[in-house]
Design a binder for this molecule. Structure first.
Ligand SMILES: [Zn+2]
Ligand SMILES: [Zn+2]
Length: 239
């Protein structure tokens, strides 16, 4: 599996927020301004995954949909997201000035929207994907586990989460984990994992590889050196 890091940053900072391109064909989250930061080839996009409806994961969906729609007019791109994703997208497009009467029809011509549920499994391009609900400051939020035929490693993405059964299930099922690390150790942790918690999880699973994402780069503490950050622009090949 090839994971291209569009960004691994944190909300409000002047750096790309956490988002990935997987195997050139999947966009994983569409944070505000993410579309500007890399030369994403939208003509190859076949799937869009949205973990939850916070703007730092969802706000550019209407732009991505427009790009993809114009570049792939004959291909039905699948959009996986929390329940109600289609309605939210159309509301967003109307707010941005799209024609009320025609926009929904145009979008449905080129996209299929799939509402995710906890432990839902689906197959795309030789991969079995499982959605796992995690706990965050908005509900619902999903992480995903990707099993690719021919790849010996199982790859997990936690989405935004604080410590919960869902995130531990993703860790246990995966060999390589892209893990939310947005909270500071002394911060309250009702939205994200703290750095301390991520370091502790790494110690408990020494054979697994962890990439920290959703990183607040302003913060350096005693746990910072122990994290491996998935850097913007990095291409991670997992075999
Ligand atoms: Zn969030
Ligand atoms: Zn976030």
């Amino acid at each position: 599996m090839k994971v291209e890091v569009v960004g691994s940053g944190f909300t409000w900072l002047n750096e790309p927020n956490t988002s990935f391109i997987i195997n050139d064909s999947i966009i994983f989250d569409t944070p505000q301004s993410s579309t500007k930061f890399m030369n994403i080839d939208y003509s190859k996009i076949r799937y869009i995954f949205i973990t939850h409806f916070h703007s730092d994961h969802f706000a550019d969906l209407h732009i991505v949909v427009d790009y993809v729609r114009h570049l792939n007019p004959d291909y039905k791109v699948k959009v996986f997201g929390p329940k109600g994703i289609f309605k939210r997208l159309i509301k967003m497009m109307k707010l941005m000035g799209a024609n009320k009467r025609t926009v929904a029809g145009k979008v449905l011509k080129c996209f299929e929207f799939i509402d995710i549920k906890d432990h839902m499994k689906f197959n795309i391009e030789g991969m079995e994907v499982e959605a796992i609900e995690v706990k965050h400051s908005t509900k619902p939020c999903y992480g995903f586990v990707f099993k690719e035929g021919g790849c010996s490693k199982i790859v997990g993405f936690t989405g935004d989460t604080y410590m919960c059964a869902g995130v531990m299930e993703i860790v246990e099922k995966s060999d390589v984990v892209f893990i939310d690390t947005a909270s500071r150790s002394h911060f309250d942790s009702t939205a994200h994992l703290t750095r301390e918690e991520v370091v502790d999880i790494k110690k408990r699973y020494p054979k697994k590889k962890f990439y920290s994402v959703h990183i607040d780069s302003r913060i350096q503490d005693e746990f910072s050196d122990k994290l491996t950050i998935a850097a913007r622009g990095q291409i991670i090949k997992i075999k």
